[in-house]
Design a protein around this ligand. Structure first.
Ligand SMILES: [Zn+2]
Length: 363
């Protein structure tokens, strides 16, 4: 319009009279028409936003790309994909990794609805999407129940979300260990932890994870560490290793966690009843969730060392030890000692117990 005004152009309208931009009357009409158009556009986008919000409140699908596990209407369940989704939720509860799930979906030719291969990131997106618990979100907030059927219950959804958002828990769960010392034994040279590997002859070894500085036969190291623990716990003063009764500690942490969950519930109620604003609730709930996460991590550590109690009390420590599973044994090792794998003397072929350093942790 400024250009037309400067150049005194005449604007010819398909529907309507010509606007002569060299006259004040022409400019006035053009201004009015422009303002009317802007008003129209604004009203239209308001209407669209209200319609979207209303659809969200009624739990209707938002449109856009089809969600994995559902048909293009966003409501009908696509049974083949839905089965993958349900399995994935169950698998994460049992410690599966997102990478493994992505691999399985790709192997089964169940690609993303955009036709791409799955990655751990896109699988995470599915597992953290409230849609699968039958919840409708609007601008990132759950606004209520959706009209489509849920694929999993809300408790499972919440549990999986908790698993996926605690980094410590994620690593311990995804790498459920089969052996005693991977991740626990340290390399003497660089201080990295050791992973399990195999020699060409199929012998299991502990290898420095970061720099491959060392490789030690795993069975020998495991046997030595286990013998040392059983011997130490068989001594009359074994009880000294348990500085505090962590049952009390655990109970206290459980109480704390329950308190935090209660406060989170209260916040939700406050929001529902309109006593609290969304912004206030979001701020407090974030703080509480962080607090809860810390308590849960502490609880996991306490449960770990809990394996020691029965061992110390046992008449026959060796028998009690062999009754433990690998996770419990790892917990005991971790609570009791730091194991460092040293370089064996050159030329020596048999296993030298002195080549494994054991530092007891102060109780
Ligand atoms: Zn190393």
């Amino acid at each position: 319009m400024e250009l037309c005004e400067r150049k005194a152009a005449t604007i010819a309208l398909v529907r309507g009279t010509d606007l002569d931009m060299s006259t004040p009357a022409g400019i006035l009409v053009a201004d009015v028409m422009g303002a009317t158009a802007r008003h129209e556009i604004k009203q239209k986008s308001d209407r669209q936003r209200r319609a979207q919000q209303q659809a969200a409140e009624q739990g209707k699908p938002a449109g856009g790309r089809r969600a994995f596990g559902y048909g293009s209407d966003g409501v009908t369940v696509n049974e083949a994909e839905a089965r993958h989704v349900r399995e994935a939720f169950a698998d994460v509860m049992h410690g599966a990794s997102l990478k493994g799930i992505a691999r399985r979906w790709n192997d089964a030719q169940a690609l993303t609805t955009a036709g791409n291969l799955w990655t751990h990131g896109t699988v995470r997106g599915v597992l953290k999407n409230p849609r699968y618990a039958g919840l409708r979100t609007y601008r990132g907030e759950v606004v209520g129940p959706a009209v489509w059927p849920a694929l999993i219950d809300e408790d499972t959804f919440e549990a999986v979300r908790a698993i996926l958002s605690v980094p410590e828990r994620r690593t311990t769960l995804t790498t459920a260990r089969k052996y005693l010392l991977p991740g626990l034994a340290l390399c003497w040279k660089c201080g990295s932890d050791c992973a399990t590997g195999h020699t060409r002859h199929g012998k299991r070894v502990y290898v420095c994870r970061a720099n491959k500085c060392i490789s030690r036969k795993a069975d020998d190291v495991d046997a030595l560490v286990e013998a040392v623990i059983v011997e130490r716990l068989s001594r009359p003063d074994a009880g000294d290793l348990l500085a505090t009764d962590n049952r009390d500690e655990l109970r206290e942490l459980q109480g704390k966690a329950a308190g935090i969950r209660q406060r989170l519930d209260d916040l939700a109620t406050g929001l529902e009843e309109g006593v609290l604003t969304l912004a206030a609730v979001r701020k407090s709930s974030e703080r509480l969730r962080n607090e809860l996460r810390r308590v849960e991590v502490e609880m996991a550590a306490t449960v770990h060392t809990d394996a020691l109690g029965p061992l110390v009390d046992a008449q026959d420590v060796a028998a009690a030890w062999s009754a433990l599973d690998v996770q419990q044994r790892r917990g005991a090792v971790d609570a009791l000692m730091r194991v460092t794998l040293l370089k064996p003397e050159t030329g020596r072929r048999d296993f030298d117990p002195a080549s494994v350093r054991i530092d007891w942790r102060a109780p």
